[in-house]
Design a protein around this ligand. Sequence first.
Ligand SMILES: Nc1ncnc2c1ncn2[C@@H]1O[C@H](COP(=O)(O)OP(=O)(O)OP(=O)(O)O)[C@@H](O)[C@H]1O
Length: 345
Amino acid sequence: MGGIGCRDLRVRAGGRELLSVPELHVASGRTLAVLGPNGAGKSTLLRALGLLSSHRVSGQILLDGCPATPPQLREAIAAVLQRPILRRGTVADNVISGLRFRGVGRREARARAWPWIEALGLAALADRDARSLSIGEAQRVSITRALAVGPRVLLLDEPFSGLDATTRADLLADLRAALSGQPTATLLVTHDRQEALALAEDTALLIGGRIRRHGPTAEVLDHPSDAGTARLLGYTNLLPPALTGRPHTLAARPEHTQLLLAPPDLPDARDIAGGPDRRAGEVPVVTGTLRRVVALGIATRADVDTSAGRLTCLHPGDVLAGELPPLGSHVRVRVRHARPLTAED
Ligand SMILES: Nc1ncnc2c1ncn2[C@@H]1O[C@H](COP(=O)(O)OP(=O)(O)OP(=O)(O)O)[C@@H](O)[C@H]1O
């Protein structure tokens, strides 16, 4: 099986285990996003795979399904780290440096690198001193340098962090286009599910040094299995069985949870949940006390205390103050879309 993988990969530091991954594989031509909160062990995983770790690493790293030696891995892998590290010289010098490091002559390196310089929008900057670049430009150079090598494996450690929204969107699109059709196995470390969605066919959720879910990106992002993965995937509202009468805790995103501003004549949550004609896909209306309302410009956030904890409601646009009941009022909240958590943690 082409690509990079690992078996029984463990990383220890400071007397504790930071990472334990029994098995993982990224196939050639595919991108796997490793999505996790801060401190989950994402960089630890990427560094272990790329032989960049300063911690105690045990287990096997596989190339094309077979245990690989450090020289084989160094030859196969190109890595882009969170903060771009550029060498002295021009942008073009930096882009060809990966090829030069692998023994490619200057002339050939320039010829092989130039299409990537153009594809990643660096032609106008090619002769600039690399040390004069902005962070976004420098990250673009770092990504282009890695792609120009034509690596069998590309490791990307949060390459878009610290970029403004437009630069990030442009670079995401350019990278996606550059990777498509390439036989590269790409591992993208990120805490942003939009990046996973934009770049990766598959996603692994890493929490506390362990992979909690792994599968096709759209499926993984829309199916939290426990409270930890729910939080990570933006399903921050948890509705336990005591609130809904359902057998499992339900999880909902704030944008799918709304105050009923003009309460219609509806039964309360327990009536709906326990009613005789309850349908499988039905989501409940719950009741609570309005605690706080904050205008966020493009949306209005309302926090509601229920008997089972706080719910956050997000209404598109600016909800007029006159439409809102006073703070402390008894209110109803409609949950338009929720997922059952099937593996409580
Ligand atoms: N030398 C060390 N000794 C003990 N713990 C460490 C050491 N280095 C890192 N860690 C811990 O390892 C865990 C994983 O760190 P890592 O940088 O891999 O997380 P991450 O998922 O990449 O986070 P972020 O999104 O913040 O970059 C963290 O809890 C971190 O505090």
